[in-house]
Write a protein that binds this ligand. Structure first.
Ligand code: SAH
Ligand code: SF4
Length: 358
């Protein structure tokens, strides 16, 4: 039976490899040749690890095959943002978005195919839930970019693609370790952000991790009634309980807020939001609504977005209005798969295509 080393933490992968190498009579240094090929100096297939004897490479391939994601579509925006649509082994599709910002390169990754939570503004939510990703499939979104020529290693990773990471906690827990550990991808914990609507039991587990991983909470409304209209999860984990949990969280939290015209963008709503953000000393990320997720909702006007931001700042709340490209393209993850499937229906999808977004 084969084992997926890419779905294990580096420590667990080391143990598996050790237990396999030792009875084969391999010298001790083999482990230090093999293990870095998972994440540090990854190979697409064991055959490419040419510093290893050929019979060992063949045996590794049998025992520990390295699963790949298949690139179905690659779009490059004029501002440098890149979207990757990946096919999984069972034909499910997920996407990642790479956003260059100065010296930073932020990769937005998916944790589930689809999402069960049905937020009314979200394209992924409209698809419904397909399945959880394995830890290997989540981290592979980074690994595949490192395997490209030239390598595109992100400096920052955000769980803001498809799915709700805290509804796939076990896999996300392992992925966080893989992303962060030096024997994994070695990305600093403060450069890794989990975004969630606030699944309280897993949020508590996330809070217990010792590393400085960042937390972003999708709030979108400062009052329960309005939030329930936008996000069905409000019925299960109500805002007051979520706020209590965030109060317990030891590190600074980012609140995400998609501005929807006439729904949650009034100045009174900004006042309410400020009351929630102040005691947490939270950073508020204001995102323009990407209209693709919800045909019946309209983005706020530019003037209203600026007024909303100004009002928060008047209350002493740190608020950032995101540009309508960059991060907000990742915020609207789920978009690309919907587009590709619509075009697939018309028979136009090629294996890998380069197009401009917008
Ligand atoms: N499920 C998690 C993480 C994925 S969604 C969560 O909801 O936090 C990542 C971010 O994209 C969330 O803040 C979400 O509200 C935002 N988003 C979803 N649809 C959007 C849209 N149509 N326009 C702008 N942002 C959107
Ligand atoms: Fe799921 Fe997040 Fe989209 Fe809501 S916004 S449907 S939680 S992916």
């Amino acid at each position: 039976m084969s084992v997926d080393l890419l779905s294990l933490t580096p420590d667990a992968a080391r143990v598996s490899l050790q237990e396999w190498l030792a009875p084969r009579g391999e010298p001790a240094y083999r482990l230090h040749q093999v293990l870095p090929r998972l994440w540090q100096r990854p190979v697409a297939r064991w055959a490419d690890a040419t510093d290893l004897p050929a019979p060992l490479r063949a045996a590794l391939d049998e025992a520990f095959p390295l699963p790949r994601l298949t690139l179905r579509t690659h779009q490059v925006s004029s501002d440098g943002t890149e979207k990757f649509l990946w096919a999984l082994h069972d034909g499910e599709a997920i996407e990642s978005v790479l956003i260059p910002e100065g010296k930073r390169r932020t990769l937005c990754i998916s944790s589930q195919a689809g999402c069960a939570l049905g937020c009314v503004f979200c394209a992924t939510g409209r698809m419904g839930f397909r399945r959880n990703l394995s830890a290997g499939e989540i981290a592979a979104q980074v690994r595949e970019l490192v395997l490209r020529d030239p390598a595109l290693k992100p400096t920052n990773v955000v769980f803001m693609g498809m799915g709700e990471p805290l509804l796939n906690w076990d896999a996300v827990d392992t992925t966080l370790t893989v992303l962060n550990q030096p024997e994994g991808l070695g990305i600093g914990a403060r450069h890794i952000t989990v975004s969630t609507v606030g699944i309280l039991p897993s949020l508590a587990k996330f809070a217990r991790r010792g590393e400085q991983f960042r937390l972003a909470v999708s709030l979108h409304a400062p009052a329960p009634a309005l939030r329930r209209e936008l996000m069905p999860i409000e019925k299960k984990y109500p805002l007051p309980e979520l706020m209590d949990a965030l109060q317990q969280f030891r590190r600074r939290v980012t609140l995400e807020y998609v501005l929807i015209g006439g729904k949650n963008d009034s100045l009174e709503t900004a006042d309410q939001l400020a009351k929630l953000a102040q005691p947490l000393d939270a950073l508020v990320n204001l995102l323009p609504l990407h209209p693709g997720g919800a045909p019946d909702l309209t983005p706020s006007t530019r003037a209203q977005m600026l007024a909303f931001e100004r009002r928060l700042k008047q209350h002493g709340v740190e608020a950032v209005l995101r540009r309508s490209r960059g991060l907000d393209i990742s915020a609207a993850c789920g978009q690309l798969r919907v587009e590709v499937e619509a075009r697939a229906g018309r028979g136009k999808v090629r294996a890998e295509e380069h197009a401009h977004i917008e």
